[in-house]
Design a binder for this molecule. Structure first.
Ligand code: NAD
Length: 445
């Protein structure tokens, strides 16, 4: 099939590349000329394991190309995916300006019948808006070209994006016509050859809703466990044991019940807010979903509060090493990362920061922590700890799992570790001479 993917970010680039890998002819479009130029030179703008090799392979065999010009890439195209951002608007709702702009451009430029697919995460009712926008532009042009609008939300996880896309747990298709659903089924059929993946076809509104509900459910599990961790700490229980104790119940399961420094990223925070907002628009106060968000906002500062409890409100003269800036491992994405909130809080109290992350240093410096004073960016985790008063582990990158504890102790001014991801065993840390603070368990005396 001939496919155009509009928006070449995490989702657009991964989807486009994986469709190309299956032999489709794909053009990835973006308004960012710098990004497109880099991609044409073989420079991948994001860090995602396995992506670079696949992009280069498909670019070389002409199944994947890049362009800034949508107008030149719609004629003869079978399917156009909208994969632009849907950031949080001022009122918490999903801002649809990029999606509707793309819909407008599609209406202005399409010359042959087309299936338009909303792959961006968009609130219920967006497909109707996209349809209306395209129709308006076609009417302005005085032409009648057949098109259909499908919802196909994306469930890939950054860090595992390629394998999630190539071997999906499920693909959700929201389509109002059997014919269109069948074309989508054909497109995705190569991804189902092995494994037990399922393609689930439903109406458009249910598909749009499914994405928000999936993210809200996962965020709920995280906030629930974080709330439990705070109670555990107060009552003298160990959340790590409690987690194992409850996860062994197959109705609960082990996934997504790890306590930590709060969730971040480009999806959970904005999608939980947007779902809450959607309910409000329909006159319903979704209390549980609202609490998921407020629990998370507080959780992001739990580690900073532990630092303040240990070192006092005034942190001037103190230096803290930060291990991990990205919102989770295996990505350079720092959107809504707990590290942003923790570092800003510590710096506002006069602290100096020495930060290290395997992949997100550039994002931090150029974007999310740009202009924040008193941060030194270090080349390694061991450089970051030299003469620091404590180390704060904020992202569970594999390289932080078993560090050289002797080196850690030798380089820190005082052997104190605040662990926002419960990576270490507290008894072992105590034996090694560390003062060790984790989430959901009081430090050993
Ligand atoms: P992103 O910010 O990484 O990429 C969006 C891209 O769209 C940018 O490169 C931007 O320049 C481009 N763009 C904006 N307007 C455009 C236009 N008019 N024409 C062409 N390109 C345009 O965003 P993302 O993380 O890929 O997310 C895209 C959507 O997918 C969002 O709705 C998001 O919620 C959803 N989603 C993201 C993930 C994820 O892990 N990142 C997972 C599932 C779903």
């Amino acid at each position: 099939m001939k496919i155009t993917v509009i928006g070449t970010g995490y989702v657009g680039l991964v989807s486009g590349t994986c469709f190309a890998e299956m032999g489709n002819k794909v053009t990835c479009i973006d308004v960012d000329t710098n990004k497109i130029q880099k991609l044409e030179e073989g420079i991948i703008p994001i860090y995602e394991p396995g992506l670079e090799v696949m992009v280069k392979r498909n670019y070389e065999r002409n199944t994947l190309k890049f362009s800034t010009k949508l107008s030149e890439n719609l004629g003869g195209c079978d399917i156009a995916f909208i994969a632009v951002g849907t950031p949080m608007g001022d009122d918490g709702s999903a801002d649809l300006k990029y999606v509707l702009q793309v819909a407008k451009e599609i209406g202005q430029n399409m010359t042959t019948p087309l299936i338009v697919v909303d792959k961006s995460t968009v609130p219920v009712g967006t497909a109707d808006k996209v349809r209306a926008q395209i129709k308006e532009e076609l009417d302005k042009r005085g032409v009648d070209i057949h098109f259909d609008v499908v919802s196909n939300p994306e469930f890939l996880k950054e860090g595992d994006a390629i394998s999630d896309f190539m071997k999906p747990d499920r693909v959700v298709i929201g389509a109002d016509s059997d014919e269109t659903a069948e074309i989508m089924r054909t497109l995705y059929s190569p991804f189902f050859r092995s494994g037990s993946a399922r393609l689930i076809v439903m109406d458009v509104r249910s598909a749009e809703m499914t994405k928000y509900v999936a993210n809200a459910m996962l965020a709920t599990k995280i906030s629930f466990m974080n709330e439990i961790s705070n109670i555990c700490e107060l009552v003298g229980a160990d959340v790590n044991d409690v987690r194992i104790g409850i996860g062994s119940d197959s109705r609960i399961g082990y996934s997504f019940i790890y306590p930590g420094a709060g969730y971040g990223g480009s999806c959970f925070p904005k999608d939980v807010k947007a779902l809450h907002r959607t309910a409000k628009e329909y006159g319903f106060d979704a209390e549980l979903i609202g609490s998921v968000e407020s629990v998370n906002d507080k959780q992001k500062l739990v580690i900073a509060k532990k630092v303040v409890k240990r070192f006092g409100e005034d942190l001037s003269g103190k230096t803290f090493a930060i291990w991990g800036l990205s919102f989770k491992p295996d990505t350079d994405d720092m959107r809504e990362a707990p590290a942003i909130y923790i570092i800003k809080d510590l710096v506002s109290r006069g602290a100096k920061i020495k930060a290290y992350d395997p992949k997100a240093m550039h994002e931090a410096q150029e974007c999310y922590l740009k202009g924040v004073q008193n941060i030194t960016y270090c080349n390694s985790k061991y450089e970051a700890i030299v003469d620091a008063d404590a180390m704060l582990l904020l992202t569970d990158w594999k390289e932080f799992r078993i560090p050289d504890f002797e080196e850690l102790k030798a380089q820190l001014k005082t052997p104190i570790v605040f662990d926002g991801r419960n990576q270490y065993n507290d008894k072992m840390m105590q034996e090694q001479g560390f003062e060790y603070f984790q989430i959901g368990k009081q430090p050993l005396k």
